[in-house]
Structures are given as structure tokens and as C-alpha cells.
Write a protein that binds this ligand. Sequence first.
Ligand code: FCB
Length: 459
Amino acid sequence: MPSDTTDFPADFVWGAATAAYQIEGAVRADGRGESVWDRFAATPGKVRSGDTGEIACDFYHRYPEDIALMRKLGLDAFRFSVSWPRVFPQGRAPLNQAGLDFYDRLVDELLAAGIEPFATLFHWDTPQPLEDAGGWPMRATAEAFVQYTEAVVARLGDRVRHWTTHNEPGVVSSHGYGLGVHAPGRADDADAVAAAHHLLLSHGWAVEAIRRLAPAASVGLALDLAQPYPASDSPEDLAAAWQIDGEGNRWFLDPLFRAVYPDDQQERIALVERVIRDGDLATIAAPSDFLGVNSYRRLLVAAGNGRPRILRPAGRYTTMDWEVYPDSLHRLLVRLADDYAPLAIYVTENGAAFGDVRGHDGEVHDLERTAYIRDHLDAIRRAIADGVPVKGYFVWSLLDNFEWGYGYSQRFGLVYIDYPTLERVPKDSFRAYRDFIADHRAGSDPTTELGELRSKSGA
Ligand code: FCB
């Protein structure tokens, strides 16, 4: 990855990201309860090819092998999520110690390998019993989330120093409750808005709980953010882009950083007023230590008949049909710093799915992914040079995995998974990312031999 590594700070965190349901498998092991994704995937027609997370990458049993791969990569940090139904099979007490024990072992093994655990508390696998009682549109689910947070942080908080409360509340709300294309598969605008509010509210409560139980911890949440570009300078296209920005970005950023919902989103304001209570916005805006940014693509937006239209310009696309447009990450990061001034940003997800195949040599030559990561790192490097406090980068994903509604059809990994055998095959992008990290370390750390040589030669 021949990009310039010199502008990354010496303490920049080099990572890779995953999520429990997407990699763990072992859905019935050690007393784990059912999650909404088990139920959704078992429902015919919901997930491509009828794929489920039953086995996934079997990370639950193979994590030592995967940690060995992380060491080979030279990762500083590993982002994973804790599966709520492993810890509380019913969503709330009684606690399942055996489920929590798994994360205890995982964290210890990561630390023994010199890898910092970045734990996400909720990456979409709501316990099914909570969904049966109404799910995220109900305030009770937010309350249950805090009990769960307390139990996990009480157990792991002496070793885990970075906590992400929620992953992409916007996607849970829009895809899970608004469109019905993700678990739990409900399609109702009022439910979607209520779910988003309760996810944000429970974030605020969880921040308080984490600070109480692990005062030294760094806490944030991860949003899915994409920078909308207006298709032209016409007032109509500008307004359309602003509307998409309001729905996807500001609806979450404004309450978190300004304790208000954006007042141009009148339809949603009318819906959220049904569930909001005094003090909620102050809770949501509890100061956090970092903003997690999950970003993959830009959105090119034009005015349409009543609704903004997302265009599909000519260009490069991944197999998710997401446009490859690295400059949008630079623009997004600068904009976040200008408008919201987060203390720190981690790019908690960025990566690309391509149609990887193993060649005759048994290897996976994923040039497009390597270029994607290189170009997005370059966008981050430029944002840092512009003063944006980006502290780390997590490739999505370490392993090919269960890509939600797409099942196993989309490969995002640095490591190829041969699903029939579960063999792990590091791709070319794995080696490129490894070399990139190593170059950066050598370039920024004068204590290494190479660093010393470079600083002496002035290179
Ligand atoms: C994000 C999700 C992550 C993964 C990537 C491709 O929206 O957080 O789990 O599916 O997209």
C-alpha cells in the first residue's frame, strides 16, 4: 500500500472490526438465547439464499486462531461486539455466566497478544424476548440495555478501556423497523422513529453507567454516516441533499452533540414527540469521549418527485453497489469536526465487498480492496492534516462474514473464509494492510532500527 504514512500520529490506532452475530456462530452454545437475527434469518425469504449466522466463521471456537492472524497483521486494536443474548438469554436477568465467560476469555487472549479490545455493546442482536415485548420502540428495551451494560462492564471494565454503546442506531431504526429489510423486519415509520429515540436514550444512560463502573474508560457510539453531495447547485438539489443529510446524519448527530432534533425534519419531529420525555435530550447529549464513524461511500442526491433521489453516477462500485469515492470520507470528517467538534474520532468501519475468488495458487488477489483501503487511508491522512482529530482506523472487516440480509454473498474480509471448511486464507489486502501498518510504525517510531535509520538520514 504505497501511500504516505508520515502524517499519521505515532499513537494512531490501527484496527479491524467485526460483530458478534456476523462471525461467532455457536448460536446455541453455553446457554445463549435467541436473538432477533436468529429469528429473522430462519424466516424464509428474509436473507439471501436462506443463510443464517448458525455457524458463520465459528469465531466462538476459533478465536485463538483469529487472534494469531491479528498478530500477524500487527493490529493495535480489535473491534468486536458482545452478544446480548449470550449474556442475558431473556434480555434481562437472570445472567448467563457462561456467555459472559466467552468475552472474558476473548479479552484476556487479546491483551496477551498485545491487542487492545474495543468492545461494542450492541451490534443489532436484540434478545428475541425483548422484541416479543415490543422491541426498541418501547422504552423498556432501553432500560434493559442499561442492565445489560452494567453486567458486561462490571465483568470486563477492568480490562476493556474502549466502549462503544451502539453500532449504527440509524440502520437498526430504518432497516429493522422502518423498511423491514433487517431484523426484526417491521415496517412502520412511527416505530422506526421511536426505536431511534430509545437507542439514543439508552446510549446516554449507558455512558453514565460505564463512567460509574469504569471511570477511566473511553466511551462513544458508532454512527453510519455518508456525505450527501448535491447533484448540482440548484436550490432543489441542495435542498434534497440537505434532506438526506437530515434523515441519515443530523437526526443522530444533532441530539448527541446539541441536545436537539433537527427542526427541518418536521415529519419525524411529530413522531418523536409521542415518545420523548423531559430530560431525554440532555441524557442523549451526555458528553462522550469519541465519535465512531462508519463510512463506506458517498451519496449523490438530486431532487425528485416529492422525495430526494439517490443517483447512481458512472464510477467504481463494490458488489454491494456502493460507489467507491474516497474523497467523501475526507469531506465527511472535516465537516464533522467543523459542525460538531467531537473530542476524537475513530473510523470504526470502512471497507469494501468484492467478488473474491481463490486463484489457482490458492491465494486471493484482491487488488480492488487494497486500493480501496489505501485511498481511504489517504483521505483520513488529509483530514488529519486539516486538523480533524482522527485517532484510529478499523477495516471492516477482519474476516469475510454474514452480511445481514445478503447472507454470505458479500465478502468484506482481509481474510477469506472458505465456508465449507472454515479455513482462513489471508488475502493480498491482508499483507498490504500489514505492510502499511509496519511502515507507519517504522516511520514514526525512532526507537525501531528502521525509524532510527530514517531519522538519521532525514528521510
Ligand atoms: C455496516 C455494519 C456492519 C457491516 C457493514 C458492511 O453498516 O455496521 O455490520 O455489515 O455495514
